[in-house]
Design a protein around this ligand. Structure first.
Ligand code: PRP
Length: 178
């Protein structure tokens, strides 16, 4: 698997340090609030796991599965909810935990969906932001790292369901998908 990687973009150490800093901000901003972390499967699993370890205030967790890519490297533009929330989110302070914002189509859809279910506030923490890919206007309250126009994998992010288990963010050799 390691031979498929062209370069390591963000090391495991750099990710961990940044995730701790994001958690510090969240701990400060959501103290005494009814915080609900909503992890968007599957790409956000590692980020969610690490982030929630460093969150030291009361927080509940939920999982949604949303897909707009399938096995393609380009967003299909249509979003499907594969797994919905289990609990009511009325009056809750929602923080969506996402691995990457590219076109923004997925999160625009999810934000509108959650606002429509009566949440008090809906904000986003994303590990990666790829502003060059943006097709719709969406703002993330917390951003781990900005990335350029490369197809990134690892730390939860996949190509054709592989590479999610890498502990760092890397770039694939182009020969893997061309
Ligand atoms: C990826 C990623 C985000 C979304 C971002 O999910 O996890 O949810 O795409 O792209 P966008 O900003 O262009 O909408 P994907 O649909 O690949 O599912 P996965 O997380 O299960 O891999």
């Amino acid at each position: 698997m390691e031979n498929d990687i062209k370069k390591i973009l963000i090391s495991e150490n750099d990710i961990q340090n940044r995730v701790k800093k994001l958690a510090d901000e969240i701990n400060r901003d959501y103290k005494d609030k009814d915080l609900l972390l909503v992890c968007i499967l599957k790409g956000s699993i590692m980020f969610m796991g690490d982030l929630m370890k460093y969150i030291n205030i009361y927080a509940k967790v939920e999982f949604m599965s949303v897909s707009s890519y399938g096995n393609s490297t380009v967003s299909t533009g249509s979003v499907r909810i594969l797994k919905d929330l289990d609990m009511s989110i009325e009056n809750k302070e929602i923080l969506i935990v996402e691995d990457i914002i590219d076109t923004g189509i997925t999160l625009k859809y999810v934000c509108n969906y959650l606002k429509g279910k009566g949440a008090n506030s809906v904000e986003i923490v994303t590990l990666l932001d790829k502003p060059s890919g943006r097709k719709v206007d969406i703002k993330s309250k917390y951003v781990g790292f900005e990335v350029g126009n490369e197809f990134v994998i690892g730390y939860g992010l996949d190509f054709a369901e592989r590479y999610r288990n890498l502990p760092y963010i890397g770039v694939l050799n182009e020969s893997m998908y061309k």
